[in-house]
Design a protein around this ligand. Structure first.
Ligand code: KG4
Ligand code: ZN
Length: 368
């Protein structure tokens, strides 16, 4: 069976070919990605209408690319899969529309895939695939969830963020440090040169007794700390005593002119606060479920500090931890084709020739 997968839920157009035979693990033949990040950077975030228009431009050239790379023709595709949600409605409609048009033209069935299920199953494309059951830590730009995963389509929500996602905490903190969009990787780079203990930042809900997360308060604490640092710098430049508590009138303008070491220290302290919470809650989830296997997925799963801390904590507890390949942590078509293949292979779902597509911008994973 050959599946063509299309991802267009946000700011990356991804297309991929996955194939399998019988019960063998599906394998990735080829994948291609176009990131719109540069286009959205000028606006400090994703502009939905621009995202949709760009998906329209990229999706067919990327499809030709993966077919050529995979040495296959369009006529050989058995199923066309696309991201049905969650995501930006207009962006999702592009992938859904193209997938259904291709399906209708080729007389092949189509399958709408849950974007987070794609992330969740993406470690099955790695050299060290997990086995069911496991606890999954899903950490992306829009979601932060702990799930118990017993098999394809068997997902139970254990806890989730009650406000910002972990990726949002990275991105919003990075933005107020003048690091642009999406700031996660830039903040992580600076954090690598800083002292994670330099500033005491809150670890929200660390000891809440449940598996929920909250990152909005951390972002506010980072903002207040950044304002203090700017206010102190202004006072020092004016030959005055630096204020001990006073913030800089609500502004972080001038933060990027602070000494590099100070900026790196705040980045490192922010990253450490986020990572500490993610690691502690993951360990609690493993303890509560009695499982010995953890799967990390989503864009924040690319974070080096998170991986290092999870690796050492899991090793100390005899827990196996699995990640997607680094380049498949953020959005891509391979995970969509893979999730479709695994759903079809496991008999969880049938592809359909209805072509009357709809998209689900909001779609809880545990409702699958
Ligand atoms: O999974 P993803 O590509 O998109 C969503 O489905 O949301 O995740 C994107 C998120 C962004 O918030 C980005 O800043 C974050 O993942 N991210 C990182 C790193 N790489 C990507 N955050 C921290 N460290 C990284 N190395
Ligand atoms: Zn994603």
């Amino acid at each position: 069976m050959l599946v063509l997968g299309i991802e267009s839920s946000c700011d990356e157009t991804g297309v991929a070919l996955v194939q399998w035979e019988g019960l063998a693990m599906p394998e990735l033949l080829s994948h291609a990605l176009y990131s719109q990040i540069e286009m959205h950077q000028a606006f400090g975030g994703v502009v939905p209408e621009l995202a949709s228009r760009d998906h329209i431009r990229r999706v067919l050239p990327l499809t030709r690319e993966v077919l050529e790379e995979g040495g296959r023709s369009l006529a050989e595709v058995d199923v066309v899969a696309y991201t049905r949600g969650p995501g930006l409605a207009g962006a999702l409609l592009v992938g859904a529309g193209v997938a259904c048009a291709l399906g209708a033209a080729l007389d092949r069935p189509v399958l709408g895939v849950h974007h987070l299920e794609g992330h969740l199953l993406s470690p099955f494309l790695s050299a060290d695939p997990p086995e069911f059951p496991f606890v999954a830590l899903l950490v992306s730009g829009g979601h932060t969830q702990l799930m118990r995963v017993d098999g394809v389509g068997r997902y139970a929500l254990l806890g989730e963020t009650i406000d910002d996602a972990a990726g949002e905490a990275f991105d919003k903190s990075a933005k107020l440090m003048g690091l642009g969009y999406p700031g996660g990787p830039a903040l992580a780079k600076m954090a690598g040169q800083g002292d994670p203990k330099a500033y005491a930042l809150p670890r929200p809900l660390l000891n809440s007794g449940n598996l929920d997360f909250s990152f909005a308060g951390l972002k506010t604490a980072v903002l207040v700390q950044a304002q203090r640092m700017v206010a102190a710098q202004i006072a020092i430049a004016a030959g005055e005593e630096p204020p001990t508590t006073q913030a800089n009138g609500g502004s972080t303008a001038g933060f990027d002119a602070l000494p590099m070491a100070q900026r790196c220290n705040l980045a490192a302290s922010t990253q450490a606060a986020i990572v500490d919470v993610l690691v502690k809650k993951s360990m609690t989830a493993l303890k509560e479920t009695g499982l010995q296997r953890l799967v990390v997925a989503g864009g924040v799963g690319a974070n080096r500090a998170l991986r290092d801390q999870l690796n050492s904590t899991c090793a100390a507890r005899g827990v196996r931890v699995h990640y997607p390949e680094l380049h498949l942590c953020t959005d891509n078509g391979a995970m969509i084709a893979m999730a479709a293949a695994m759903r079809l292979q496991s008999g969880q779902q049938q592809a359909s020739k209805t072509y009357a597509f709809d998209v689900r911008p909001r779609w809880p994973l545990d409702s699958l």
